[in-house]
Each structure stands twice: as C-alpha cells, then as structure tokens.
Design a protein around this ligand. Sequence first.
Ligand code: C5J
Length: 222
Amino acid sequence: MQTAAQPFPYECDLAHSALVIIDMQRDFIEPGGFGESLGNNVALLEAIVPACQAVLHAWRTAGGLVVHTREAHAADLSDCPPAKRLRGNPTWRIGDVGPMGRILVAGEPGNQIIPALAPIEGEIVIDKPGKGAFYATGLHETLQQAGITHLVFMGVTTEVCVQTSMREANDRGYDCLLLEDCTESYFPHFKAATVEMLHAQGGIIGWTATSGSLLAALAPTR
Ligand code: C5J
C-alpha cells in the first residue's frame, strides 16, 4: 500500500509492517501525573489520543501487528543507570513515589498505557529502560522473527523517545514512517523541528505523514 508522505510516498506491505506506539502512558499524558508535576502542559499530549485511536482501530481491523512500549524500570532500579536517575533536580526521581505510584517503575498505576489505547491480546508490549525501543529490549529480534521490515510510529514525546526509537530502527534497516498528528511534545517547537529533520535530506531517517493519509491507504485493505 502507498501512503502520501514527506519527502515522497511511503510504500509498505501490511504483512511486513508493524504499528509502534511509544510510551502513551498515564504518567506522561494524564492530568495529575509525573509529566504535569514537572510543569508540563499535558493537554498538548492528550489532544493526539483521538487520532491515535483511529489509527490503532484501523490497523487492528486490517490485521496489522501492533507494538506498544512503556518507559519502565524494574522495581529494584537495577536497569536504571545512576546517570539517568540523578540527572537534573526534579521533584521526584525515577523510583520515588509520585502522584500515580513509583515514577517510571513497571506495574505502577502511572506506568500503564492509557485506557483509550490499552493493548489487547496478541499485541506486543515492550518495557524499555531507555529512551529508544531497541535498547535492552529484544524488540529487533522479535520483529525479525515476525518478518517485519517497515515500522509506523506514533506516541510521545516526539523529540525524546519517539525520535530515539525511529533513529534506532533506521540504523537497523527498517523503513520508518512517523504520523505527525499522532505524536506530540510538551514543547511544540521541538516537535516541529523533529518532524522536519527526520524527513529532510531525502528521508535521512524516514518519512512523515498525517494519520488521514495512512487511513486512506489502509481503507482498501479492510
Ligand atoms: C518519553 C521522556 N517517553 N520524555 N520520555 O519521551 O522522558
């Protein structure tokens, strides 16, 4: 199928493609969570949920593989480097008890994916200790076993975990598409710059498109 995209149309075959949804977790998106406690306007991130839901529904209906990621650490923080935990001067550090349980710890309420985009049976859920979805997760091996060559990205935040994951995927040989209205940052100018740099120079990291373009491409497959 062909999706109208930047810098030129994106070709993929559903049987060899996966939808990768990065870190749509309560602590980043819901009011009263970790993201808001850091002074961020989470309404910016919440606003992409309907577009993400529409794509997820269409992708599921078409029978495509879905991967969800969570930025999550083990309860004993053995997978959290001190450099990550000690950086900056936040109110709560990773592992501290925040408004929705321990910050970025697997299994805590705030660490869950928001109900609107909750994984269903058969979908892959990856807990990742880093920003990128490929670092220390086994995701590449899982995708290779499934014969996946193309990845469509959604999620948050655009310039941190989404961009890192897309760059990691590009280096591993995947053709990557980012859905512009299904990703967001707490800093709109960072999102704009990220979208532009990913598809610049002839698609140096990959392609970007609107969810509407992908939905139009998916329509005949459903
Ligand atoms: C993500 C972050 N998911 N901004 N994390 O982007 O720290």
